[in-house]
Design a protein around this ligand. Structure first.
Ligand SMILES: [Zn+2]
Length: 114
């Protein structure tokens, strides 16, 4: 698998393992430009809803009907949804504000006066 494009610097810097972690609701950093990004949360939430539904429905049917067919459908559906999660585009996130900056805004101090 080849690297994915960073939405900040448009370079192919995102490793496939980072892209998989982004699909597990983890915020990732670009190793090149240090930009924060995540998988588009609206699409990800929809796919996780489908994934939960898939596991509950086919898991329940597999136990109720004692059928291996439903268990296979659950695993195949899970694999298909994980495949789609990998290809959700990454979204940019704003950089985190350092806490020291927040304190400086509350109590204005001139650094030149010591
Ligand atoms: Zn980048």
């Amino acid at each position: 698998m080849e690297n994915c494009e960073c939405p900040h610097c448009c370079e192919q810097t995102i490793r496939p393992t980072q892209k998989i972690m982004a699909g597990k609701w983890v915020t990732i950093l670009c190793p090149d430009c240090q930009g924060r990004m995540c998988t588009n949360p609206i699409i990800l939430a929809l796919l996780y809803f489908m994934l939960t539904w898939n596991i509950f429905f086919f898991g329940y049917m597999a136990i109720r009907e004692s059928s291996i067919g439903y268990a296979v459908m659950m695993v195949v559906g899970w694999a298909i949804i994980e495949f789609f999660i990998y290809y959700i585009p990454l979204s940019r996130m704003r950089a985190l504000k350092p806490k020291s900056t927040e304190n400086q805004n509350r109590e204005p101090q001139d650094p030149n006066n010591g």
